[in-house]
Design a protein around this ligand. Structure first.
Ligand code: SF4
Length: 334
């Protein structure tokens, strides 16, 4: 299939045939991450909190800062990554709603990312996700099960956690988390339902993208960086006091999760002929454009779960389930 083909519906069908009882959309988890992260940013911005705030959804990046710049950990958002938030909600909200013992739920995340295998084992996140398989591993499992993937029909995600917004879809590319968070943060800061939701300044394949925005009469400087060499440049700026940004997105993999370490590997010949990152990123921007709901705070599932269960972003319950903390880590284990 062409690089960047949207195979979400076929993947749901394949997972059902492999034996999963429920297939939910991790992008719903991404909507929760955006809600919590955007509101954390607004709180820090309005109350002289530690700025710049740096995104925390890339475990490869989180591990890098823990090992190399532990003195800058207060800058990291306390939000868990989308699949960890999602696992926590499946074993709490969903389990309670369906009257299922959470011990009997086994959550598997399908991820573009190898670092998420480490992340799910972190001591502070033991009750969220039981296993992580990469997209590459899933494709092998589908082949081993003798399914003809190309011919599979599309299926819908299961409810109640199978609906996501365009904002969540763009999480997978560099600049996407920032853009998604800004869509919510600007509505929170202005108290309006703003129509301008495309932030072209943070799109594209550059390793570091900077933008100055004016939101609710306030100047906000943002940076989106991908690749750890670029992350290091931003961290050195923050450490030396030269950074004048308020919000920073960092993804460990150059180009973001579309180029994650768990994704299908393309040969050097293909990579010399086409821009794999761009084709994959274009696909998810197209999903965003076609979405009827493109702001995370407008996702009806989130509205229900906040109303019935979490109360507000940043509430005590939200902190218990959706946030975490970080520690200095040694580079080498004993
Ligand atoms: S950028 Fe790479 S390390 Fe970070 S979440 Fe995405 S795939 Fe994982």
């Amino acid at each position: 299939m062409d690089i960047g083909t949207n195979v979400t519906g076929k993947m749901v069908t394949a997972l059902k045939r492999l034996g999963f009882d429920k297939v939910f959309d991790t992008n719903t988890g991404a909507d929760f991450t955006i809600m919590e992260e955007a509101n954390e940013f607004v709180q820090r911005f309005q109350n002289n909190g530690t700025l710049p705030m740096i995104t925390s959804c890339s475990p490869g990046w989180v591990r890098y800062i823990e090992m190399n710049y532990p003195e800058l950990l207060p800058h990291l958002s306390t939000c868990k990554s989308p699949h960890q938030m999602f696992g926590a909600l499946i074993k709490s909200y969903f389990a309670e709603r369906e009257n299922i013992d959470p011990q009997k739920i086994y959550v598997v995340s399908v991820m573009p990312c190898i670092a998420k295998k480490f992340e799910r084992q972190r001591e502070e996140m033991q009750n969220d996700v039981d296993n992580v398989i990469t997209t590459r591993e899933l494709s092998r499992m589908i082949k081993q099960a003798n399914m003809d993937f190309v011919k599979l029909e599309d299926s819908e995600f299961d409810n109640p956690m199978g609906e996501a917004t365009g904002a969540a879809a763009i999480f997978g590319t560099t600049g996407g988390v920032m853009e998604a968070a800004l869509r919510t943060a600007q509505d929170v800061l202005t108290g309006e339902d703003l129509e301008k939701i495309d932030f072209e300044q943070v799109r594209g394949g550059d390793g570091i993208k900077k933008a100055s925005l004016n939101i609710a009469g306030k100047d906000i400087k943002v940076v989106a960086a991908s690749g750890l060499a670029n992350a290091q440049k931003i961290l050195e700026e923050i450490k030396s006091g030269k950074a004048d940004y308020q919000f920073v997105e960092i993804m460990a993999c150059p180009g973001g999760c579309v180029m994650g370490g768990g994704q299908p590997i393309k040969s050097s010949k293909i990579r010399s002929q086409v821009d794999v990152r761009k084709l994959r990123a274009d696909s998810i921007y197209s999903i965003d454009e076609k979405s009827t709901i493109r702001k995370s705070h407008e996702n009806p599932i989130l509205k229900t779960i906040y109303k019935d269960y979490l109360q507000n972003p940043g509430s005590e319950k939200a902190h218990e389930l959706l946030h975490t903390h970080y520690v200095k880590r040694e580079k080498y284990r004993d």
